[in-house]
Design a protein around this ligand. Structure first.
Ligand SMILES: *Cc1c(COP(=O)(O)O)cnc(C)c1O
Length: 268
């Protein structure tokens, strides 16, 4: 997020008598795991009393690791945070967490108090029906509780660290290999890669990128996801399955290299 135009627009709105309502920041975007400057965003928002929501759906799991906390500097000032343990943490679908600094803000708009829902325990317990739209809800927290009981926080942290180390190791191999490029920083466990052979650019490069990615996926050995970056296709290698170990990544890297080289040679 480029805060310069954001600040300018908010100032214009405030000057025109409109109240800026919220800024939604992302800690770890889906395509490239990019991090918005959350501390600066919170500072700007606070001048206008605007809500800051942080989408940490994928990267939120990294908050468990001391060495990754720097990526989330300022997140304690956000009004709300969402994070999906059903992604990297390893919980089953759908375990989406929502943190809110001041639940009263939810209760003030979501609370409902019909006569038939009143009980003698009102006021003594948290009525989650007052925090959101549905009255009835599944016991989703049980999934996270079960994961924590089965694996334990230390084992989960060790697994996340394993993935970070394996992604960094693969990133070094990609950087050193002729014809291969990392097209975005690797703050966590997702690599954005390109295979560029001589004379390939623009739409031809896009076709090559999509072709080798699809060829890798069609083997059934791995699943990579192509995505747009600055208007061009690249390939995302996301390391984060519970059973993925270094030999799996080594085998994937070999498969990527032979496939991309073969496809480049086969180009008409
Ligand atoms: C996966 C992801 C989402 C989607 O989350 P849902 O809870 O499935 O809606 C949103 N934002 C980011 C950054 C994601 O990685």
């Amino acid at each position: 997020m480029d805060l310069v135009p954001v600040e300018k627009m908010m100032a214009e709105d405030a000057g025109a008598g409109r109240r800026p309502a919220a800024i939604v920041a992302t800690a770890g975007t889906t395509a490239t795991t990019a991090f918005d400057p959350i501390d600066k965003i919170c500072r700007v928002a606070s001048r206008y009393g605007a809500w800051v929501h942080v989408d940490a759906a994928m990267a939120g799991s990294a908050m468990l690791l001391e060495e990754c906390r720097g990526l989330f500097t300022g997140i304690e000032d956000a009004a709300s945070i969402s994070w999906n343990p059903h992604k990297w943490l390893g919980s089953v679908l759908e375990t989406s967490l929502f943190y809110v600094k001041d639940p009263a803000a939810l209760v003030s708009v979501m609370a409902t108090d019909p006569s038939y829902l009143r009980s003698s325990r009102d006021g003594a317990v948290v009525q989650y029906r007052d925090w959101g739209l549905p009255l009835g809800r599944r016991f989703r927290a049980l999934r996270l509780w079960a994961l924590l009981r089965l694996e334990g926080a230390q084992a989960i942290r060790a697994r996340l660290r394993r993935d970070l180390a394996n992604a960094a190791r693969l990133a070094r191999l990609v950087e050193e290999a002729p014809g291969w490029r990392l097209v975005a920083p690797v703050p966590l466990q997702t690599l954005c890669v390109l295979h560029v052979t001589e004379g390939l650019a623009g739409e031809q490069l896009d076709r090559h990128t999509l072709a080798w990615c699809e060829a890798v996926n069609s083997t059934g050995e791995a699943h990579l996801t192509p995505a747009h970056l600055d208007g061009r296709w690249m390939v995302r290698v996301s390391v984060g399955s519970e059973t993925t170990e270094w030999p799996d990544i080594e085998a994937l890297w070999a498969l990527m290299q032979t496939t991309a080289t073969k496809m480049a040679g086969a180009r008409p």
